[in-house]
Design a protein around this ligand. Sequence first.
Ligand code: GAL
Length: 681
Amino acid sequence: MIDKTVADNRLLHGGDYNPDQWLDYPEILKDDLRLMKLAKANTFTLGVFAWSALEPTEGEFQFDWLDERIEAIYQMGGRVILATPSGARPAWMSKKYPEVLRTTENRMKMLHGGRHNHCFSSPIYREKVAIINRKLAERYGNHPALLMWHISNEYSGDCHCELCQDNFRNWLKKKYGTLDKLNHAWWGPFWSHTITDWLEVESPSSIGESMVHGLNLDWKRFVTDQTIDFYKHEIVPLREISPSIPITTNFMADTHDLIPFQSLNYSEFAKHVDIVSWDCYPAWHNDWEETKDLAAKVGFINDLYRSLKQQPFLIMESTPSGVNWHDVNKTKRPGMHLLSSMQFIAHGSDSVLYFQWRKSRGSSEKFHGAVVDHDNSETNRVFQEVSAVGGALEKIAEVKGTHKQARVAIVYDWENNWALNDAQGFSDSTKQYPQTLQKHYQSFWKKDISVDIVTLNQELASYDLVIAPMLYMMSLDTISKLENYVANGGTLVSSYISGLVNETDLAHLSGWPATLKRIFGIDVKETDTLYPKDRNTLTYNGKQYEIKDYCTIFERKEANILATYMEDFYQENPAVVENCYGKGKAYFIGARTEQAFLDDFYEELQKEGNLDSEREILHKEGVSVQRRDSAECYYLFVMNFTEQKQAVTLKESFFDLLTQEIKQEQIELLPYEVRVLKREK
Ligand code: GAL
């Protein structure tokens, strides 16, 4: 029986610990333990890239150093997350078995180097992984320090070697059965691309086929399935030998805009892990957005990863200061470390873990932020702020395992994102599907209304409001799921560029799907893509709002018109409508508007659905309040994401877990200050 909770009643604090880099420095290893206690760190992830230390030559295993470290951490009262080492392999393996190396999309065989670049099909790599994973499980699977398994590291990428091509063809055979079906789904006759033998199928390539959208989509689906298959192969010995230890693998985000990682469909992957964990590296204090706007994006992505399993998740990696791979690697300003760490917890994380415990001395990450710097000092600012986070996590430990409850859901669909990005039409630079969802999310984040970011695999019925903008790819099943949701009383919002193609990226025939016409009470006719400098305007409730990028031209059937276009040949045509359907309601936003429109539009829906009735804390924009619930009480994280002091009004009295005082009426938050307030139900 797998224990799906982390068997530790503390919020986890610590992170990636790489003693294998320091085996020649015994005094450093000794000092680590002293510093770990001072940092109030309790959990360490070992072995992530340790294969060459664990198996320096083929078949010769060295575990003494790991035995010693795990025991030392345990004796100190700490716990261990143990990684399988497949994220990077020793040089001897690449040299002896070149099959383990990846082939790129332009059919170039890689040399040894870097990491995250093995072939997922290679029988030899799979065999080597099975051997080392079994050894780790046999040796540590029942060690009392072991909290969790961490499989590989940030799975990503694809391999285009002959073994992978064969696997892809078999995957396609299983999916389509016949070439006729495959050719239909891929629209084969276009440019004479009809396939007459399975062996003619090749993965997408810049030196070959890249324009067949159905092929591109299937390749991405295959890569997700193949990665999950590799992961499932990795965990066989772990499940067998340590069935009660939960298993995770660390997910990631695409940087800059902090949008969901693109190349793997995490909604599929999440089904196979016991706990979702992920690595979060926002560019705080950047020069392109305000702190509060970035904070909302951090909220969005954490809510997405939390919603994948609708249970607390883990932050597996974050940085105590700066990273080394942003364009500019700015360090966190005083106070930001505590605030941003508490934000993880506020959105449902049960951990604040770092990459990495000690800064490497050499190679590419020697200047990446870490808890312990090259000065090995506990007095520097970063270490002090980390230990303050450790102290705060101890004070709020009772939050662990509590849940977030949301009545609003925003739909994020990985496959839709793939298909939409591939679509040649619209505008490459302005599609921005995930960024668009972030904007819709902002209108709720500003009001402290909890939101789940759900995928189409999930049930919608429990939500009062479901927001599904830019759902370009809609299968008939998706359409009927949305129809049921509205017919049974739900409120649905959709937008421009929705419902245009089916699940194999073929356009729906006979215009916009008939069911969508009925739900929204309109008939979509055209999508006008604007140049970046073009603008239009809509009027809504007597106010005017700017429009850019996309305008849908549609005919109203049964719907009520809420807003109309003011310019261009579709002037006075409807831009936003509302339609009663069954027991519910559906809204269609035809154009990409400025944020103020979304805020005002959703304010109406929030009032109508009584969605912000529970607000007990009043504040100005830039302060965020997030709630977690246990059966007996609830916790409000009040976070100031501005560079100014903020006055905050409490409508009830609360117990402040960080200061251990009762707080009521007015409180003042310093720049970047956070409070964790508790109240009995
Ligand atoms: C992560 C990775 C770590 C480390 C870190 C630096 O993506 O898993 O091993 O490289 O980035 O930020």
